[in-house]
Design a protein around this ligand. Structure first.
Ligand SMILES: NC(=O)c1ccc[n+]([C@@H]2O[C@H](COP(=O)([O-])OP(=O)(O)OC[C@H]3O[C@@H](n4cnc5c(N)ncnc54)[C@H](O)[C@@H]3O)[C@@H](O)[C@H]2O)c1
Length: 362
């Protein structure tokens, strides 16, 4: 029987626990009790996840004495919209949510970001509970407090830093997650190895096939270690004024690739996988990392079944253009996170476009 693991994110009065285990959804009321929430709450999910886990979560909440209303959004990135946020405010008002009522996100990063945005803004902030059901959400989006909706022109541009009160990750929900989605989440897990923890990277290299066969124990280990790393970084820099930027490793080129594919061709994690290799190549050309370390990074990404090259039909010029407009750039300089070796990265201000084109050179 797998043990439930709990880790604390230490952010003073905004601190919270992350619970990772098999079947923990059945225990939700036990975890919510210390939070002293009102009886009424709003469950936010999407049509796919609702069909799989909605009834179970509603039953458990009901048995725990909660009065739950559900708001179910479409299963698409387009669900992260101000229109949907507005629908959720309507539902919150209709159901009579007050300042101590929870908004509960059940689903992947899309549902989590939307529900978190509503929790952050309804009545200037009500308790937010994360029940992540994708690997990406369990290792990344549910932790750290970034919540957002999209503007039709720019993704994630309307948002806030708003920490959840608890994250309850039930690993058994990953059994129904399509393999492509598992792989996409694994990209972010590999990222933690490269930016922070060489031993973890080695562990991932040894266990990649068990991960891809949904081995529950190994999944628990990698989720817990990923959350520990993200928590450590967020604790040091909650609002991304410095260190937290390292979490963007792979995300500059990744974002450009996502944009050129109209957010349809690649999942976020797949684009990040391409971006991690691109950044490693640039680092290699700048003499910051040895070719053998770059091979290690590329090989692990490859063995996870993730893409490693920018599609040849994507215009270099357009990719570079997107890099220049990245909201994370300071003073119009392209800022990249470059690996020095597996387990260590640096923030680098790009000096010329020719440095960026190294991403295409092998
Ligand atoms: N807030 C942050 O810090 C942060 C970090 C990374 C990504 N994000 C955001 O997260 C989003 C991507 O998240 P995602 O990858 O989880 O995508 P997602 O929420 O779209 O989920 C992926 C797919 O899996 C389905 N699904 C979810 N759980 C399932 C389960 N247990 N079984 C079967 N199917 C299931 C969903 O319905 C969806 O079709 C993006 O909007 C991105 O901007 C946010």
């Amino acid at each position: 029987m797998m043990q439930v693991k709990t880790l604390a994110v230490d952010l003073g009065d905004r601190g919270y626990n992350i619970v990772v285990g098999c079947g923990v959804l059945e225990q939700i009321p036990v975890y919510l009790k210390p939070l002293k929430l009102s009886r009424r709450c709003l469950l936010v999910t999407n049509s796919t996840v609702d069909a799989l886990y909605g009834d179970r979560v509603r039953r458990v909440l009901h048995e725990g004495g909660y009065d739950v209303a559900t708001c179910c959004v479409e299963d698409s990135e387009t669900a992260k919209s101000l229109d949907n946020a507005s629908r959720l405010y309507d539902a919150a008002l209709e159901h009579g949510l007050d300042r101590l009522s929870a908004v509960i996100a059940l689903g992947g990063g899309v549902v989590g970001d939307l529900a978190g945005f509503v929790a952050a803004t309804y009545m200037r902030g009500v308790p937010f509970i994360q029940l992540p059901t994708t690997l990406l959400a369990q290792v990344d989006s549910s932790v750290g407090g970034k919540v957002a909706v999209n503007h039709p022109l720019v993704k994630n541009i309307i948002g806030a830093f708003y920490q959840p009160r608890i994250v309850i990750s039930d690993i058994s929900t990953l059994k129904t997650l399509p393999l492509q989605e598992l792989r996409a989440g694994l990209a972010e897990v590999i990222k933690y190895g490269v930016i922070w923890d060489r031993n973890f990277f080695t562990y991932l290299s040894k266990n990649v096939s068990s991960i891809l066969s949904y081995d529950q124990e190994i999944l628990q280990n990698i989720i817990v270690r990923s959350c520990e790393i993200k928590a450590e970084i967020v604790e040091a820099d909650e609002k991304e004024e410095g260190l937290r930027m390292v979490l963007n490793y792979g995300h500059s080129f990744g974002h450009a690739v996502e944009t050129l594919g109209n957010y349809e061709e690649f999942r976020h994690g797949e684009a990040v996988a391409i971006g991690m290799v691109a950044a490693a190549r640039i680092a290699q050309h700048l003499g910051k990392i040895s070719p053998s370390e770059v091979d290690m990074i590329r090989d692990l990404i490859n063995s996870a079944g993730l893409p490693t090259v920018i599609p040849s039909d994507y215009s270099r010029e357009k990719i570079i253009n997107v890099l220049f407009y990245d909201k994370k750039n300071r003073g119009r300089k392209v800022t990249l996170v470059l690996p020095r070796k597996v387990g260590q990265v640096e923030i680098y201000r790009v000096k010329s476009i020719s440095e960026l084109t190294c991403a295409w050179e092998f």
